[in-house]
Ligand binder design. Structure first.
Ligand SMILES: *Cc1c(COP(=O)(O)O)cnc(C)c1O
Length: 411
């Protein structure tokens, strides 16, 4: 079959760092995907929480198409209108002061880490005073330490990997950047214990995604915010997966009444176009100066036209309201299932980022759902199935998903 041939060619040509499922997807429509053999799938993975508006949204496609014909790239040596508009819209919904567009999530994390390091550097230089005697020969240890969380995921580039609390991902690539200490998510004392005079930032996901869909507790996130205020540390919240409406608020931190100094977004921001961003406000927004950071493609007019359309559509169609409603419905249904099946150990999450933890490996269920039930799900860790569908799903899609999930999990 054509499919087999394509898959073999992929294994020949593409660098082998993934174990892919034996499906070649061809096109999508709404919340449905179609493979090259014409099979229809219900998508509850959204390309890993990316395709917020589903596939082939008309308004989005039109906006991107218009820009595609007009201008796709000019570098950041010049201004372009779509990036300004997308930037302003993103600042408006996030209540941040400044935004920098990147090409991916991991690059957004790199930028956030650089803000933290720069902020620490500025602070040390301020306390030493300008042109202080002996500064050059007696340079103090400038290592700004960053506190990150166990079981976190922030990306695969070396800086982001350094703050990713997963020994398996880190081990072959050591040494990573120095000065990173790991605390336990939702354990405030473990954070408190790691703070010292070199600490400059705390980085965490508001809802841990890859780690297994663990939302921060209110006590924890408020406690970390208070510690950061007390010790003049930057709080960096990674909203790459849980942000952009997925939790039921535009950004998950908006559920808790805290505000990060720096935050990162990506995934759903471009609805499939590669774009991320780091945003900052107040003291963090001015820590870096011209020359400190840059990117060739980042924020180019094509991807920012896409992000701009996404932000418009979110507002016009009240996507967060819809997520609250459908998310509550999904929660209810998954809650029912977890009472029904002994092999489900826990159910966590909010909005349209939820997870079921099984007492058995989730891989076979995900695989069976895909190949036999034509239901796209993704796992998180070994035992967890995560539900991160397009944000535009309806109750009928949830019902259909539950039917197929039940069939796949039955045994
Ligand atoms: C996906 C993800 C990243 C990395 O994004 P990439 O675009 O894959 O580089 C970082 N943080 C979180 C929370 C993510 O879910």
């Amino acid at each position: 079959m054509a499919d087999k041939q394509l898959m073999e060619r992929a294994e020949q040509a593409l660098y082998k760092v993934y174990n892919r499922f034996p499906v070649v997807f061809d096109h999508g429509e709404g919340v449905k995907l179609y493979d090259t053999e014409g099979n229809e799938y219900l998508d509850f993975g959204a390309g890993i929480a990316v395709m917020a508006l589903g596939y082939g949204d008309e308004e989005y496609t039109k906006a991107v198409e218009e820009q595609l014909h007009k201008l796709t790239h000019i570098s950041n040596l010049f201004y372009n209108q779509p990036s300004i508009e997308a930037g302003e819209k993103l600042l408006q919904v996030s209540h941040m002061d400044k935004v920098f567009f990147t090409n991916s999530g991991t690059e957004a994390i790199e930028g956030a880490l650089k803000i933290a390091k720069r902020y620490h550097y500025n602070k040390l230089h301020e306390t030493m005073g300008d042109g202080c005697d002996g500064c050059e020969d007696a340079e103090p240890d400038m290592t700004g330490e960053i506190i990150a969380m166990n079981h976190s995921f922030h990306g695969r580039s070396l800086g982001a990997l350094s703050v990713t609390g997963n020994a398996h991902y880190q081990e072959p690539f050591k040494p990573l950047i120095p000065g990173i200490r790991f605390a336990d998510f939702n354990d405030l004392d473990s954070v408190k214990k790691l703070i010292n005079s070199k600490t400059c930032a705390v980085i965490m996901e508001t809802i841990q995604g890859e780690g297994g869909i663990y939302p921060a507790t209110e006590e924890f996130i408020k406690g970390v915010r208070a510690l950061c205020d007390e010790h003049d540390l930057l709080l960096i919240l990674d909203e790459i997966q849980c942000g952009m409406g997925r939790s039921g608020e535009m950004f998950a931190w908006q559920h808790y009444g805290v505000k990060p100094d720096v935050m990162t977004v990506a995934k759903a921001l471009g609805n499939g176009l590669p774009i991320g961003a780091f945003l900052a406000w107040g003291k963090a927004a001015s820590a870096m100066v011209p020359g400190d950071h840059g990117t060739t493609y980042g924020g180019n007019p094509l991807v920012t036209a896409g992000a701009s359309a996404v932000l418009d559509i979110f507002e016009k169609r009240r996507i967060t309201e819809h997520v609250k409603e459908i998310g509550a419905y999904l929660y209810e249904k998954l809650e029912e299932l977890s009472k029904e099946l002994d092999c489900i150990r826990a159910h966590r999450g909010m909005g349209l980022i939820q997870g079921l933890e099984f007492s058995v490996p989730a891989g076979p269920i995900v695989s069976k759902a895909l190949l036999e039930q034509k239901l796209v799900l993704i796992s998180a860790g070994t035992n967890i199935i995560r539900f991160v569908p397009p944000l535009v799903i309806e109750k009928a899609d949830v019902d259909e998903m539950m039917k197929r999930l039940r069939a796949a999990a039955a045994e």
